[in-house]
Write a protein that binds this ligand. Structure first.
Ligand code: ZN
Length: 161
């Protein structure tokens, strides 16, 4: 297992446009493996290559339903709306309320350069949108309706009990 250092908000690499991948070689497979290892170790549900300092259009996502590797991903359709809490491994200790599409279609390539397509809804759609934004230098804090504070979560829990 090889993990990479996650860059945090304030690092200019998080604000740059990532470049498309054209070579589906061993180097790409190692990057994908390292990104998955890094995501799992950090207990994240997604990670984009710029978050480990690599400005390439590569994303890994696992919301608990298995690993999804996306190379050169594009959202080709988006429908509906959902509002919910979002965090980011590059923005540690914070959460915000973000509006995202309820459903998205994502076209991408896999590690071998084959075309893949995902129809995602709910939390997976949110994860895709969040990670794809990273490839264009966008962080959830740019889009959030407002910050969510830890004491607020506590109040919510108490209210439910
Ligand atoms: Zn993020």
């Amino acid at each position: 297992m090889a993990t990479r250092r996650i860059v945090e908000i304030g690092d200019e690499k998080l604000r740059k446009q990532a470049k498309p991948v054209s070579k589906f070689d061993l180097r790409l497979r190692i990057l994908l493996k390292d990104m998955a290892d890094t995501m799992y170790k950090a207990n994240g549900v997604g990670l984009a290559a710029p978050q480990v300092g690599i400005l390439r259009r590569v994303v890994v996502v696992d919301i608990g339903e298995g690993l999804i590797e996306l190379v050169n991903p594009v959202i080709t359709d988006a429908q509906g709306e959902q509002s919910g809490p979002e965090g980011c491994l590059s923005v540690p200790g914070r959460q915000g309320l973000v509006i995202r599409p309820e459903k998205v279609t994502v076209k991408a390539q896999n590690a071998r350069g084959e075309d893949v397509e995902y129809h995602a809804e709910g939390f997976l759609a949110r994860a895709f949108c969040h990670e794809l934004d990273h490839l264009d230098g966008i962080l959830y804090v740019d889009k959030m309706e407002r910050e969510i504070f830890p004491e607020e979560e506590q109040e919510d829990k108490e209210a439910k009990e």
